[in-house]
Design a protein around this ligand. Sequence first.
Ligand code: HEM
Length: 366
Amino acid sequence: MMLVRSFLSVAFALMFLVSAGLSFGEPAFAQSNNANKPVEGSVPGGTTSGSSSDAELWRQIRSGDAGNVVGQNKSGGVMIQSQGEEWRQIRNGPLPMYSAWAILGILFLLSVFFAFRGRMKIAHGRSGKVITRFTLLERGSHWLLASSFIILALSGLNLIFGKTLLLPIIGASAFSGLTIFGKFVHNYVGFAFMIALVMVAVLWIIHNIPNRHDLVWLLRGGGMLGGGHPPAKKFNAGQKIIFWIVILCGASISMSGWALLNPFTTTMMADTAALSNSIFGTEFATNLGPIQEQQLQTLWHSVMAVFMIVVIIAHIYIGSVGMEGALDAMTSGEVDQNWAMEHHSLWVEEMDEASQNSNAKAAPAE
Ligand code: HEM
């Protein structure tokens, strides 16, 4: 016990002496460093790396230059990434703001349109006779595409607006659980969307090649100008526009989704910038670092997704409440003949011709 007490008193005495030295006089180690005090802008600590090269080194680090990394995380070579701040500001500012305007805008326009125009009726009423419009495979592909897209859209929109709209209502722990679940669902359902996209593209691409009737259809506003329905084959010009938006934007979203699922493994943004520069003479930066590549991918993914959501809201409107008889095509697969004659007269003619030909072939020779 005595030994411990005397050890403690010596320790306290030493601590007192050291702190007194620090407060009231120059401590021993401070004096010994005097020789290394910075002189005329040199680097403190007498470093041998050189005073002139350090400014250059810090300038490079500040401008986001990447150093070499021995480990797996190659993006770790960038110490200061200023574009991250710009990305954060866009991600939390204009992106949610314009997205909200776009989605609310299309809902508003459709409501106004519906209020004035009402439901588009089958002008001659239902005939009672039906004609097969889509096979089971076509409908199955469409509904796989539609259901996966709606799940992706809702779980994706939660990432843009959830913190502002949902969090205050359902609370932090429910929001956290929902968002983590939504993220996993989003990652996996993306593959169902890609498969459905390929199926829809293969099944319908032949019917979506533009033809001369499309111009007439567009000039007559799909029947809103000049009265009557302009002739159309299986898909009219409006539907062809929807088809190509779905296929091209869907492919682009899928590619950026792939890049987000496999971070730092692709250079699609830099490659696209280079391609655009060489074709259109734009001056996009092509020396993108790995983090910048990911940041641009998240922005592109969101912008494409919101654009598609807006287009698809209009599509859902016209395919359900907006037009009498349209939804039958995607439920039973059979549409009323009068509906088909009004909206796709040339397609009905083609179908009639095809069935007459097959009847003639099937009829026994006299
Ligand atoms: C609940 C939602 C949806 C409904 C009620 C719906 C309804 C329909 C209907 C009725 C058709 C056939 C139109 C016709 O016979 O001419 C159709 C076609 C089509 N749908 Fe959907 N759809 C929905 C969601 C989606 C989604 C989410 C996508 C894509 C992401 C999509 C892509 C297409 C495409 C590309 C076509 C062919 C072109 C066209 O008719 O515009 N649909 N849909």
